[in-house]
Design a binder for this molecule. Structure first.
Ligand code: ZN
Length: 361
């Protein structure tokens, strides 16, 4: 088999055939030619047979063992009526990229699986190049219709750089997929999402679940007039947990030096954990709290009843309303209300049912 045929099969370059293979000191230089005769504008579908001038260009391809593979081709510049004079597009690489599509795919996959410094060492590319490659691959792979059918979405933040920086993430509750990510967690960040979504698609939004982040509430209230805001159960239950924690600490402080204080001090996890996850020793500790301190135990029951609200469907809710325990938990609550539409307090009162999964607690 001739070496050109071997490399044609090995590289599988889209729209190109191998003309020549040269072995250099540490690299194989594979000279290729495009199969099509016309030159295509890299920014639109315009093609022409006329060339402005021709230049040789190299691209990094995925290495073969210890051999670095370089793809070389002679490209023409063309004059597009709309975009002016540009270097023609090639099917094996993105416009203005010095890497083949296959190489970029590998780098982007590695960047997802390992840190950027490790990728630069493994692939012998610069830190900046990894960033640009990831941007190009995301742009190519991103589903352009992902914002089209959004009705129930979730808005949440994640931190990076040890909690110093944040990203805002929008997910489609129906598909479970993230559909938009922006840097920061300000109102301006969320505004970027609505800019991209546009007025018409924003009006289709029915439910937006989120934590109790004021900028999120402000922007969604303004930009999605038909959407109800629901607070994520995780954040609501977290507030209740914090309240129980503070109550327990306060009570223990007041009874400092007594055996009751000792029980309260050692009951942190018994009070915070879900009852179904309690170990036998924690169950005993909880029973001791129930006997010794009614205030803390009542706080615990209120927290658990709030948590139970999120595991109830609309039918179960009416049954529970008849049950004395929930009546005790929220004597003035409107249990039929599904969603809060104002501030965090209203969510706490109504026990809003967000479309997100049950509490992570
Ligand atoms: Zn063009």
């Amino acid at each position: 088999m001739r070496i050109r045929t071997v490399f044609n099969r090995l590289l599988c370059l889209q729209g190109a055939w191998v003309r020549e293979v040269e072995f250099m000191v540490a690299a194989v230089v594979v000279t290729v030619a495009a199969r099509r005769r016309h030159h295509r504008c890299p920014r639109c579908s315009y093609t022409t047979g006329a060339a402005w001038d021709r230049h040789e260009r190299d691209w990094r391809h995925v290495s073969l063992g210890k051999w670095r593979v370089v793809i070389r081709a002679t490209l023409s510049r063309l004059r597009c009526p709309e975009h002016g004079v540009l270097v023609e597009a090639v099917p094996w690489a993105a416009h203005e990229s010095r890497f083949t599509l296959d190489f970029e795919e590998v780098v982007a996959w590695l960047a997802r699986e390992m840190n950027k410094t490790a990728v630069t060492k493994l692939m012998h590319v610069s830190w900046e190049a990894v960033g640009r490659i990831v941007e190009r691959v995301v742009e190519r792979k991103l589903d352009k219709k992902r914002l089209d059918e959004l009705y129930e979405i979730g808005l949440d933040e994640v931190s990076y750089r040890k909690g110093h920086k944040y990203l805002s993430i929008v997910a489609d509750h129906r598909s479970g997929d993230p559909v938009w990510i922006g840097e920061g967690r300000s109102q301006k960040t969320v505004s970027g999402f609505f800019e991209e979504l546009g007025e018409e698609r924003s009006e289709k939004l029915q439910v937006v679940s989120m934590d109790m982040c004021a900028p999120y509430i402000a922007e969604v209230s303004e930009r999605a007039p038909n959407a109800k805001i629901c607070f994520d159960p995780f954040h609501v239950v977290k507030l209740a947990n914090e309240a129980v924690h503070e109550l327990r600490r306060g009570e223990a402080r007041e009874r400092k030096g007594t055996s009751e204080a000792a029980v309260l001090k050692g009951s942190r996890w018994a009070l915070l954990k879900a009852p179904e996850n309690l170990r036998p020793a924690e169950q005993v500790r909880l029973a001791e709290v129930a006997q010794l301190n009614q205030r803390v135990y009542r706080g615990y029951l209120l927290k658990e009843e709030l948590r139970a609200l999120y595991t109830c469907g609309p039918l179960a809710r009416s049954d529970i309303s008849k049950n004395g325990s929930l009546g005790r938990a929220a004597p003035s609550s409107g249990l039929s209300a599904r969603c809060a539409s104002t501030g965090p307090e209203s969510s706490m009162r109504s026990g809003s049912a967000s479309p997100t999964a049950a509490s992570r607690d």
